[in-house]
Design a protein around this ligand. Structure first.
Ligand SMILES: [Zn+2]
Length: 198
């Protein structure tokens, strides 16, 4: 298991309130759907797991938001806080015909297991590829968390669709596209990184 792949958990959770059909943490069925296909996250989610997952979602969103605002030190501080709050317990495992590989925190309550993996995965990804890859889509109606492609230092949209929507909205309003940050950031933007592409 590539530990950096656990970064996907962070992105899936941050974006769990941005899907058609509404907030997936609205109830325990939504949380069960979010965890579907991830048996190593362990057990059946319980109603009291929801608050912990919502809190973790807000904390992870703040990491992406800080990076998207051009504040890498703050993003790193926030991620380091998560690593301290949710220590990992690595275990070597060789199941289903695979070679020995590392698993993180296979036991414990679902929010704890999820948080430890998501924070560790994100930290490994950041250490390998740079903290400035953590983004929030700048399209007004989107705001999804995403990882910019390697070498892509200025991408502000999660998809070609969001970039096109932003461009056509600006054209309709008769103004050139300007850098902006998502409206749902937790704190006022500071030091916004200018866009480097049209
Ligand atoms: Zn988007």
């Amino acid at each position: 298991m590539d530990l950096a792949s656990y970064a996907d958990l962070a992105i899936i959770l941050v974006n769990s309130d941005h899907r058609a059909g509404g907030d997936r943490l609205r109830d325990v069925n939504g949380l069960r759907e979010l965890l579907a296909g991830r048996p190593h996250l362990g057990g059946r989610p319980r109603p009291h797991d929801l608050d912990a997952m919502r809190q973790l979602r807000a904390q992870l969103r703040a990491v992406f938001a800080a990076s998207a605002r051009g504040e890498p030190e703050l993003a790193a501080d926030l991620l380091n806080e998560l690593l301290i709050q949710h220590p990992v317990h690595p275990q070597l495992s060789a199941h289903d015909g695979q070679d020995w590989h590392l698993h993180l925190n296979d036991s414990g309550a679902i929010p704890d297991v999820f948080a430890a993996r998501a924070a560790m995965g994100l930290a490994v990804r950041v250490a390998e590829q740079g903290i400035d890859r953590l983004r929030l889509c700048a399209a007004e109606t989107c705001g999804r968390a995403f990882l910019a492609a390697p070498g892509e230092r200025s991408g502000r949209y999660c998809s070609a669709e969001c970039a096109a929507r932003r461009t056509s909205a600006a054209a309709a309003a008769g103004v050139p596209p300007r850098p902006r940050v998502s409206a749902d950031l937790d704190t006022p933007p500071r030091g916004i990184t200018p866009a480097h592409r049209p």
